[in-house]
Design a protein around this ligand. Structure first.
Ligand code: GDP
Ligand code: MN
Length: 375
């Protein structure tokens, strides 16, 4: 479970990791007050449980309290990356001479914690792993022995830090690792951990993800459904299993395994799934109708792949639901249907009569949808 930046920051602060002065605010008036208190330029940061807020407009610099008010007035209540912003963190703006990355995560395959550090912070670690993998320092931490002081010093050296900055870095590494262990995190990071012009360090972003299996040991962090995007929330209400992804091909199927397989096949042929949508085993015309409607609420869709394995679910029911949803829909994007199993012939007849194309195999259908999305 992800927790908010302000919650992670609080734990960092308790451990004496240097963090900028900050106030959590629920409306623009509170933001103005906070910025006045700070009395310097501030950064207004949307408290939403997604990464990459900076690029999505969720992190904004304000020169004074008036500006902070205006930014907050627009930001609070707006939707960033599909998630509604309910609160912002107002922090004292820091001048960063350089941005580093520091983090701990789990390597499940190796059954240990990995310590990750880089001289190139501020960018997404996944992006960095692609563009300059050699700039990422990675060290395995024995779960029983923990992080050794020499490992922390080695990391500082590996990313080119010297003197007091290197010492501070090692000490911050130890502290973040202690937090990682104390809250049973599976990710604890600061990106960026900034170097000020005097060589001192400050954690400009604090991020913690807790291990769901250990949540019972941390009742102070209640499971919140704030992680859900608006459309995921709608899906939940409609009894559909929907997960937002970041591609442009809508995926609908019946059964979680089939949908997972569909995502893989689409990706295999070079497509990018926009979502996971399982309308469940034993689906009927109604659930297909609801699933298509929901799927089409996504913006930026280029094509949709409906993959049905008839069993308890009957293909003719699916076809009827699909036809109805498509007739009503204003969105005109190509649909690729693959449908096999119970009442297959009848289902196909209904699709044909309504001019909806279908294919036999999952592979050819996936190739077709990827091609359709490219056109
Ligand atoms: P994220 O995009 O969700 O990871 O949010 P961050 O908290 O990392 O903010 C995005 C970017 O804004 C960071 O990578 C920094 O470059 C910048 N940033 C955030 N806070 C400050 C600050 O106090 N001073 C400066 N100079 N930059 C900041
Ligand atoms: Mn960040």
């Amino acid at each position: 479970m992800k927790i908010h930046e302000y919650q992670a920051r609080e734990l960092f602060e308790k451990k004496n990791i240097p963090v900028p002065r900050a106030y959590l605010c629920k409306n623009a008036d509170e933001v103005k007050k906070a910025a006045t208190n700070i009395g310097k330029p501030v950064v207004v940061k949307a408290q939403i449980l997604v990464a990459g807020r900076g690029k999505a407009g969720g992190v904004k610099l304000a020169g004074n309290s008036e500006e902070a008010y205006k930014i907050a007035d627009t930001m609070i209540g707006s939707v960033i990356k599909g998630i509604q912003v309910n609160s912002v963190l107002v922090v004292e703006a820091e001048k960063a001479a350089k941005e580093l990355y520091i983090g701990f995560t789990l390597d499940r395959a190796k059954r240990c914690v990995v310590f990750i550090a880089s001289s190139e912070g501020g960018v997404d670690l996944e992006v960095l792993a692609h563009t300059s993998p050699d700039k990422i320092y990675r060290e395995e931490i024995d779960p029983i022995l923990g992080l050794h002081a020499y490992q922390a010093r080695e990391a500082a050296d590996a990313i080119g830090l010297k003197g007091k900055t290197a010492n501070d870095f090692s000490s911050i590494a130890q502290k973040i690792f202690q937090i990682f262990e104390a809250v049973d995190a599976d990710l604890a990071e600061s990106n960026p951990l900034a170097i000020r012009s005097d060589g001192s360090l400050v954690a400009l972003d604090s991020r913690l993800t807790l291990d769901d299996n250990a949540l019972y040991r941390h009742p102070e962090y209640k499971q919140v459904d704030e992680e859900l995007t608006l459309i995921e929330r709608e899906a939940q209400a409609a009894g559909l299993a929907f997960v937002q992804l970041d591609g442009d091909i809508g995926i609908i199927g019946n059964g979680a395994g089939l949908v997972m397989g569909t995502l893989d096949v689409v990706a295999h042929f070079g497509g990018k799934p926009a979502n996971f949508l399982d309308m469940g085993g034993g689906s009927n015309a109604e659930s297909v109708y609801a699933a298509v409607k929901l799927c089409l609420k996504q913006k930026n869709l280029k094509a949709v792949f409906v993959n049905i394995l008839g069993g308890i679910t009957k293909c003719d029911d699916v076809a009827n639901g699909l036809v109805r949803a498509l007739k009503e829909s204003q969105v005109k994007i190509p649909f690729t249907v693959r449908m096999v199993g119970t009442n297959e012939e009848e289902g196909r007849r209904i699709l044909s009569e309504n001019g909806i194309a279908f294919l036999d195999s999952m592979e050819t259908a996936a190739q077709a949808v990827v091609k359709a999305a490219r056109q």
